[in-house]
Ligand binder design. Structure first.
Ligand code: WNU
Length: 152
C-alpha cells in the first residue's frame, strides 16, 4: 500500500495545479488533503442532481463530467458544458445557499472526484477574500447565463 506521505505528495502537486487553489498557502492545502474524500463514478452516473440539497464541493481528479440543465422548451436537460481533470463544481449551492442548479453526470467509467464538505470548503474559501470574491462573481455570472438560456 502507498504510504500516507506519498498520497499526501501526490494530492499536493495535483491541488497546486488546480487554478483556484494555486495561491493557497501550503498549510491550507495540507489541511484540505487531510479532509478529502475520493468518490468514484461510472459512466452515466449522477454526481449532482438539479434541485437536490448539496453540501459538497468537487474537484475532478480523473475523467470527464457533463453539466446539464433543464431549460424551457426542452423535455430533456440540455448539456451546457463538459468539465475535465482539474476543473471543479458544486460551489454554487454552497455559496448561494441554494439547491443544486444543474446536473453533473460522469462521462467516463472510473471518474474520480475529490470531495470537500461544506465546513472545509468554508474554511478553504472563507479565509481568503480574493478567492471568495472570485467565486461569488463567478456564481453570479452562472445565474445570469442560467437566465439567458431560460433555465427552469
Ligand atoms: C451554469 N449554471 C449553473 C457549471 C463549475 C464551477 C464554476 C462553472 Cl466556478 P451547484 C451544479 C453545478 C454548479 C456549478 C456547475 O454545476 N455549473 C453551472 C453552470 O452555467 N451551474 N447553474 N456551469 S460548470 C462550473 C463555474 O458548479 O454548482 O452546487 O451544482 O449548483
Amino acid at each position: 500500500m502507498r504510504s500516507t506521505q506519498a498520497r499526501h505528495e501526490e494530492y499536493f502537486s495535483f491541488l497546486r495545479s488546480v487554478s483556484l487553489l494555486k495561491d493557497l498557502p501550503e498549510e491550507k492545502l495540507a489541511k484540505i488533503i487531510d479532509c478529502l474524500e475520493i468518490d468514484y463514478f461510472d459512466k452515466g452516473e449522477y454526481i449532482i442532481r438539479e434541485g437536490e440539497e448539496g453540501n459538497t464541493f468537487f474537484i475532478i481528479a480523473k475523467g470527464e463530467v457533463s453539466v446539464t440543465q433543464t431549460t424551457e422548451g426542452f423535455t430533456e436537460p440540455q448539456e451546457i458544458k463538459t468539465l475535465r481533470v482539474g476543473d471543479y463544481f458544486g460551489e454554487k449551492a454552497l455559496i448561494s445557499e441554494d439547491v443544486r442548479s444543474a446536473n453533473i453526470i460522469a462521462k467516463e467509467n472510473d471518474t474520480q472526484c475529490l470531495v470537500v464538505d461544506r465546513d472545509n470548503f468554508n474554511e478553504m474559501v472563507g479565509t481568503y477574500e480574493e478567492l471568495q470574491a472570485y467565486l461569488r462573481e463567478y456564481v453570479e455570472e452562472l445565474s445570469l447565463s442560467d437566465e439567458r438560456r431560460n433555465a427552469v
